[in-house]
Ligand binder design. Sequence first.
Ligand SMILES: [Ca+2]
Length: 110
Amino acid sequence: MTGSFNHMVRSLSLTTSDKRATITAIRGADFHHRTGLEDTALLDAYLDADEDVSGRLSFAELESFQRRTMQHIKFADNAIALRPDQFLAAGAGDCDDYTFYTASLLRFWG
Ligand SMILES: [Ca+2]
């Protein structure tokens, strides 16, 4: 017998053996409800931050997320604060954009 089991989220009428799908359904729905954002690339970036797929974000995972962000997104001054999805799509931004992107990550993970 394998160690797989089903995850059930009654409020979303979801039953799956895929833990990431369960996390996506729960966190994605809550994040969309709170922010209005429903961008697939953004949700994937935030889901990938949970490197051990524990369903929680550790400080080490947050640090790793920040390191990857600094490696993949270029610094560029701009006059406005970009929404996290805009920042990710642009691949560039300044301090307030990094801040909103990270604050949004923390909102995603509760
Ligand atoms: Ca984790």
